[in-house]
Write a new protein. Structure first.
Length: 324
């Protein structure tokens, strides 16, 4: 479906959901000065016109796990098939076809070293027509994860943001341990972050009060956060690209913090490999992308080299929806 322009209330609703994906429509309506029925209607419409979906996500670092970015260079005839196979895996997200359709880019969150090695050293290496595999460990996130790009659109004023902002996450004091009931809830919220407590109770067999306590504990510990899936074009982001920056080590932290402040940046992290920062950016068009590179990236001290690759097609965002 062709993207439709969003109005001011649409943008406010999107940012409200980015702040608190489980906020009641009545609460959002109260803060925005509209009825809960209006919020519900807008939510349903945006699901169709802008691909809106609230998803419960797991902050793997809170579990002592490490994320990876995997670049797969392959022949064009297998790129989409490979990307689709990866998209079906529950431990992947943000799968794009880039570089003229000869490269698949994939964010991977393996649950264990065994799962990581099985994918990187076994399956992908033996996949026909895959020319090369490069895996980059995420060392430090500057932007992304619980910090979503919709936080940057400034549709809400400061008072509205404060009213909708959820309680702060507890300081990290070591990896959080999950049990099977926690895992079951996270799987369900990963499909629908706004599933009601009664729906979660019915699906898990736990009491509603127990479900509520578990969800609140997972959230307060930082393991669970909510993200908003949406079509970039609906927000005027016609061009998306990956940047691979080679930065002097002494400038790594400052460069990462500067990138996090850029409106164009959706994700930025320090990584292993020849390039030591990876960033995902979005701009209205190629002209704006050029200006971003020449003016904002060009102004960053310590950046020695930049590789760029435009996203041709996104196969998976937070979840995989083959029908879309």
């Amino acid at each position: 479906m062709e993207a439709q322009p969003l109005d001011a209330l649409d943008l406010k609703l999107l940012q409200a959901l980015q702040l608190d994906g489980r906020a009641a429509f009545s609460r959002i309506g109260e803060v925005l000065g509209v009825s809960d029925q209006t919020v519900a209607r807008r939510f349903r419409r945006l699901r169709t016109t802008a691909g809106l979906r609230v998803v419960g996500m797991v902050d793997e670092t809170r579990l002592g796990r490490t994320g990876w970015i995997v670049r797969l260079r392959c022949t064009p005839d297998v790129a989409e098939q490979l990307a689709t196979a990866l998209a079906r895996r529950p431990d992947t997200s943000y799968i794009d076809l880039i570089a003229g359709g000869t490269e698949v880019l994939c964010a991977m969150k393996p649950r264990s070293q065994k799962d990581r090695d099985e994918l990187l050293f076994d399956r992908l290496q033996r996949t026909p027509r895959v020319i090369s595999v490069s895996a980059h460990c995420l060392l430090h996130n500057f932007y992304g994860g619980p910090l979503g790009w919709l936080d940057k659109i400034q549709a809400l004023d400061a008072e509205q943001e404060e009213a909708l902002r959820p309680p702060q996450v507890e300081p990290r004091s070591g990896p959080v341990a999950l049990d099977t009931d926690d895992e079951a809830l996270l799987v369900l919220l990963g499909r629908d972050g706004r599933a009601t407590f009664s729906e979660l109770q019915s699906a898990t067999g736990q009491s509603e009060s127990a479900v509520k306590r578990r969800v609140e504990r997972l959230r307060s510990s930082g393991v669970l956060y909510y993200d908003v899936q949406h079509d970039s074009a609906s927000l005027g982001q016609g061009v998306r690209a990956m940047l691979w920056l080679t930065v002097a080590p002494s400038a790594l932290a400052d460069t990462g913090r500067a990138l996090a402040e850029h409106r164009e940046v959706r994700f930025a992290a320090a990584i292993t490999g020849q390039a030591n920062i990876a960033a995902s950016v979005a701009c209205p068009d190629t002209g704006e992308f050029y200006r971003y590179l020449s003016e904002k990236i060009g102004a960053l001290q310590g950046v020695q080299f930049v590789e760029t690759a435009l996203t041709l097609r996104q196969i998976k965002q937070l979840t995989y929806e083959p029908s879309r």
